[in-house]
Ligand binder design. Sequence first.
Ligand SMILES: Cc1ncc(COP(=O)(O)O)c(C=O)c1O
Length: 425
Amino acid sequence: MTNQKKFLRYDRNQLACDGVPFADLAGEFGTPLFVYSADAIRGNYRRIRQAFAAAKPLIAYSVKANSNGAIIRVLRDEGSGFDVVSANEMDRVLMTGVSADRMIFAGVGKTADEMRRALKAGVKEFNVESPAEAVRLDEVARSMKTTAPVAIRINPEVDARTHRHITTGKKENKFGMSLEAARGLIAAIGGMSGLRLDGLHAHIGSQILSDKPHEEAVGVVDAFIGDLTAKGHRLRTLNFGGGFGIAYRDDEKPLDLKGVAKIVCGLVKKHGLELILEPGRSIIAPAGVFLTKVEYIKRGKAHPFVIVDGAMTEMIRPALYDAYHEIRPVAKPSAKSAREKADVVGPVCESGDYLALQREMAVPQSGDLLAVLDAGAYCSAMSSNYNSRPRPAEVLVDGGAAHLIRKRETRRDLYRHEVVPSHLE
Ligand SMILES: Cc1ncc(COP(=O)(O)O)c(C=O)c1O
């Protein structure tokens, strides 16, 4: 996957998003701020559609990556489907007018209530992750006098060679079923009148940059489908998940998406299956920027600290996954500016609260703005109120104009749901 940052350009030494200067956005909406380019989202979606064109897949954008309704609407208008992991995510998509038959309901812990809601809405498929879940789904569907379309999530036991927290296809991961368990469940589904076996699901992890794990997974799935077909099972769909990695670092080799597409398209063609994909990060991560303002420069004994107003509460990825995000100054420093290695840190009371460690940069000054790149996925969606920090505003730049798509939380929002017992009033 190429890292598409073309929407970011310096114009008269000022960094802009599709021509809208970040300094203007900070002035109008404040910082910290998430900024997304609608054109970049469209471009990333179209690149996947094009790569997999031979199979005409249902591209089900993985809503967990970023669930803002405006982003869902941009993708709805591209013809995208949606992968949801809770009934509330499903509702977010339904609210945009997308019909449930373009939605895949995934997740290891679906409640009976969520199953009811998804069956009522009419989702295209449930990705079933365990025999116990299948039993519950069967009961719920029968109680509603309906049939649930299911794809069995298999665990191909492939090492995705990504961060351990985003590996999902190894035998020690909680996701999916071993091939033996899946075989047993598929045989049992014949006797479950509330379920209809539609297909298989295999997602091996996120941020996969090498085509090898995908290739290995295709091999496992191919053999498994062959085995099922020989036993007389007829499948209609193959959901190959998401996980297409992006180049967060300039020197990272992007995923050969076309190469992966070729083998996956070949697989579904061979078995006559409809292809479903669930990409999240590759669509939205490169299209988002986290804009933050420098509060202080602190000259530590070892190196300078650039203390900014953004924090791990909005960008948990560095602390959680040791993730690297490129940081660009909004006002381009002169080529002569001295460069130093600095830690870019937030105000949260945790040593893990950093956006970058030992990053070589022209050390900025208090009041300067920094743009943290590739911040569209798993950033805002994972944000928290830790240290009583209100979640930031979010802006979508579309057609040369900035649109507020999420208001900044207020102080009141922080205690809105707290209840004071009367004896403590
Ligand atoms: C089942 C499933 N599908 C899709 C995704 C989306 O992955 P990504 O955002 O890496 O494309 C994930 C995330 O790990 C997932 O677990």
